[in-house]
Design a protein around this ligand. Structure first.
Ligand SMILES: CC(C)(COP(=O)(O)OP(=O)(O)OC[C@H]1O[C@@H](n2cnc3c(N)ncnc32)[C@H](O)[C@@H]1OP(=O)(O)O)[C@@H](O)C(=O)NCCC(=O)NCCS
Length: 241
């Protein structure tokens, strides 16, 4: 073990240590998990060592601690395969990609986000403003194991609707794996238990069958057609609770 490395945290399991390592790697900080953790006798070592240590260079210690604290604050939900966290302006490249997917434009709409600056503005005026104003918003959905962003899912509060509505959109290469259901079920639970929201709604375009199927699995029922603006498309309103 290089001797200028010190223990940053002791994690309960390898998964948690790996998540921390990937958070730090995103900011250019090299973190190590000692080799003994991966030995074939891992469970015994783990039991004996009281956890999985994650190490960083002495010079990075303070900054690494701050980064992990930020990540812990912003991480909203964890499911079996996914983690959901608050979006930040640094997610602009992913948002630019997602919002220009043909499926996003067809089923949600063209938000006119064509550059990274547009994406930053969208993030500021949308999800970030919502966290500030309501304490909830759309979150980034990532694969837990590798920290890969696959979509967004969360809650919105629109002036036209009395109750918060649930929103979700994944990159098409991650459809048909049950990820949207897993993320949305966690958001519904979070809305009920943590935020205390009794009723939730959802709006979809009339031909969005995948969304309607997903909402059915979440316990939402079709209630009526609705227009968000007098000249807007007629949408379907679903409700639960
Ligand atoms: C709406 C959207 C998020 C739904 O994604 P999805 O992957 O179809 O939804 P689910 O997570 O419920 O996955 C369902 C599928 O995964 C399959 N599946 C595989 N593994 C599964 C698992 N472990 N658990 C549950 N389902 C699983 C199901 O059998 C189902 O298969 P099917 O596609 O053949 O019917 C996605 O189509 C999307 O991003 N669309 C564009 C944006 C959009 O329309 N957003 C909604 C606006 S209102």
């Amino acid at each position: 073990m290089p001797d200028d490395y010190v223990t940053l945290r002791t994690c309960p399991d390898v998964h948690t240590a790996n998540v921390m390592r990937s958070v730090l790697a995103g900011s250019g900080i090299d973190a190590l998990i000692p080799h003994e953790t991966f030995a074939s006798t891992f469970p015994h070592l783990l039991a004996g060592s009281g956890g999985v240590r994650i190490l960083v260079r002495v010079v990075d210690l303070e900054r690494a601690g701050e980064l992990l604290q930020q990540a812990e604050r912003a991480s909203v939900l964890e499911t079996e395969r996914l983690s959901l966290r608050q979006l930040t302006e640094d997610d602009a490249p992913f948002i630019l990609h997602l919002l220009n997917e043909p499926s996003f434009i067809e089923f949600i709409g063209d938000r006119g986000v064509r550059t990274l600056d547009d994406a930053r503005r969208y993030l500021q005026a949308g999800p970030l403003a919502s966290y500030e104003q309501y304490g909830f918003g759309l979150y980034l959905v990532q694969l837990r194991e590798r920290g890969i962003p696959i979509g967004i899912c969360g809650l919105l509060k629109r002036d036209q609707l009395e109750h918060a509505d649930i929103g979700f959109s994944l990159l098409p290469e991650f459809w048909s794996e049950g990820y949207a259901l897993e993320a949305a079920a966690a958001v519904v639970d979070y809305a009920r238990v943590t935020l205390g929201l009794g009723r939730l709604v959802a709006i979809t375009s009339p031909h969005n069958e995948r969304s309607a199927r997903l909402l059915g699995k979440l316990g939402f029922a079709f209630e009526r057609n609705i227009r968000m603006t007098p000249e807007g498309e007629e949408l379907k309103l679903f409700g639960a609770g």
